[in-house]
Design a protein around this ligand. Sequence first.
Ligand code: SF4
Ligand code: SF4
Length: 441
Amino acid sequence: MKTEFSLAQLADPDIAEADKILRACVHCGFCTATCPTYVLLGDELDSPRGRIYLIKEMLEKDRPPTAEVVKHIDRCLSCLACMTTCPSGVNYMHLVDQARVRIERDFSRPLTERALRAVLAFVLPRPSLFRVSMIMARLGRPLARLLPTPKTAPATPTLLRRIKAMLALAPGRLPAPGPVGGSVFEAVGTRRGRVALLQGCAQQVLAPRINQAAISLLTRHGIEVVLVKDEQCCGALTHHLGQDGDALARARANVTVWQREAEDNGLDAVLVTASGCGTVIKDYGFMLREDREFAGPAARISALAKDITEYLAGIDLHPSNQQGDVTIAYHSACSLQHGQKITHAPKDLLSKNGFVVKDVPESHLCCGSAGTYNILQPDIASRLRDRKIANIATVKPDMIAAGNIGCMVQIAGGTSVPVVHTIELLDWATGGPKPGLAGRD
Ligand code: SF4
Ligand code: SF4
């Protein structure tokens, strides 16, 4: 794609990066076929190629984006299916990240929308506040039924519609909190390794059982696990809202504490059980590339970051106690399959450990969770969820497995089939409790 940035514009490293990305696009349109919003809405401007044109215009003209541009960029899930499909290697992720920052900086959203985004950005990364908000949301759930749902979805969902979506996501009950930062879990038997485990923010409130399963499995296999003190939310939530000041501050804080832990006590990896977080941590090196102090350390932390299944693929697990009579529908989270290109490891681990693993038809399509997307774009999100659940139902699973808490909550909201994390199944197969039992929430 031909670009027309001035030399002055190209002196900005972000614009230079955008220019490189845009020039790689040959506007073939292959990406449209796998883009969930194009598949649902059929509008070229809701396809990757259409959005790439809109972003190009916005950056080249260096003018505040119009409401129309914002509407189509906001509808993008950042699922990155387009990156998997693109034959030219267009890095859509870095382009749309930049567009969101530009929109946040230059576009004045309506007051209610600004307020909602500010609340989400403030509450979600803070587990104690998020816990309180979930308790309040649970109490407010009966109200959700009284709030109207428009017959036709407006271009931009109303505040009431979004509040209704938010209330619907609140769990029926909240589990007790898990272990706190600073905890160290010793390896059982001879120590074979030492890892930091990301505590996460929403996940530690909604499902601490996931990291408990990870800790139990890792220590049982000789791996010491540390929950590093003063670790923060990875920054993914605010990064996807275009609030890069907050996201970069969190990235720097995490790089600092993980680097200190690695230097003082040694770390083989920083393990992540929420793939949405893992994708962003693996991008810290890029996000902080212009930071003279943090560029090197951030790149090293990104290299240390691993999805839990990626790490376990290199370890001999204890013999499984599974008999091949539990059928698992494996939901491949977008951040894992498109963001981190991890497609086989989770399924191979499950199969090797005695589960019957079924691929879900249209597995490349997002379930609609996408961070805060299911709150900000509830109508598109619920259509994607319904489609995902219909596809899952075709394989008649006993359980659904996924590697990302956002997907788990989104899918669980539309099915009675138990939705569990891949690590819970692997823990169960190698000596841990059955997911959802033994006091785990
Ligand atoms: S598939 Fe790649 S090269 Fe083709 S239009 Fe989409 S982004 Fe551009
Ligand atoms: S990230 Fe997903 S929703 Fe956004 S343009 Fe790419 S495929 Fe479409």
